[in-house]
Design a protein around this ligand. Sequence first.
Ligand SMILES: Cc1cc2nc3c(=O)[nH]c(=O)nc-3n(C[C@H](O)[C@H](O)[C@H](O)COP(=O)(O)OP(=O)(O)OC[C@H]3O[C@@H](n4cnc5c(N)ncnc54)[C@H](O)[C@@H]3O)c2cc1C
Length: 286
Amino acid sequence: MERTIQPLGCFRRNADAVASHRCKVEEHRWVNDRYKYLRLSADADLAGTTRPGQFYQLKCPATNDLQPFLLRPMSVYGVGPQAGAIEFLYNVAGVGTRALSDLPVGGQMDIVGPLGNTFAFESAFTRVMVVARGVGLATMAPLLQQAAKAGVQITAVMSARTPKDLMRDEFLRGAQADVHCVYDSDGTSAVPAVDALVRGLLDARHHDAVYTCGSHRILMMLQELLRDYPQTRGEVAMEQRMACGMGVCLSCVRLFDQNGDKHFLRVCREGPVFPIRDVVGEVEFG
Ligand SMILES: Cc1cc2nc3c(=O)[nH]c(=O)nc-3n(C[C@H](O)[C@H](O)[C@H](O)COP(=O)(O)OP(=O)(O)OC[C@H]3O[C@@H](n4cnc5c(N)ncnc54)[C@H](O)[C@@H]3O)c2cc1C
């Protein structure tokens, strides 16, 4: 099958801008019973140096009960309008994010970044599709803003456990999109159903690219499906447990297959955005 895919996005990064920033908490509130929205301000120009898909390492504060040791990777959810303003949307899950959730407005925290690469997006695109689930919504939201600003049409497929969990407004943030929602609660998020939905949408209109984040099942489904759409680029923002976030500890390596050439790549450094077609799903580490 003909492949019209660009090389790995690993060089689309602005490593020169990476720094540690002491930030002030400007806003910190619950969005629903699992997710919190966090807006910070720093002295540096974070809005000017941070790209969609990139992430920061957050130093979650220690509390009386919780002592997170490692920094926690979080995708940038938004930047601006002030140069120093940066936003995150996070799932309160374990020790670090539970400690983070107690941080008061007016408090301080340190973040390191921007880290990683960005999506291969072109303003000359006509239409793109974003397929996102859970925390993937936070990662994809800046890409939606970038597409909307460039006048590129958007198809959004959003997946959640129930309609209550969806966070549609937090995802779109005012961007116009052809939105399709699927849920675990009514079975519409099952892989065969999403496969049929996405195929129908791709058959109806050409999409220059499909981007995804937040579900391994959806990722593997898209990899299979995109074999039938060689003119459509596919990219995934990967979430992988990581420690340093800067390419030193190698804890986040994943196997990729670039036209038959197998490589271990660091999600934090060569990613987190990779071509969907290059991901190797199941690996036995030796
Ligand atoms: C590039 C990237 C971007 C991310 N963006 C977001 C985001 O925007 N919003 C969001 O809610 N979550 C995001 N995550 C997942 C987030 O990093 C984890 O949910 C978080 O680290 C969990 O920390 P914890 O202290 O709550 O959990 P714990 O289980 O206490 O964490 C223990 C250790 O495991 C690591 N860890 C646990 N779960 C994950 C995970 N899923 N991915 C990576 N490391 C993990 C932690 O960093 C920590 O070092 C992202 C992950 C990556 C790799």
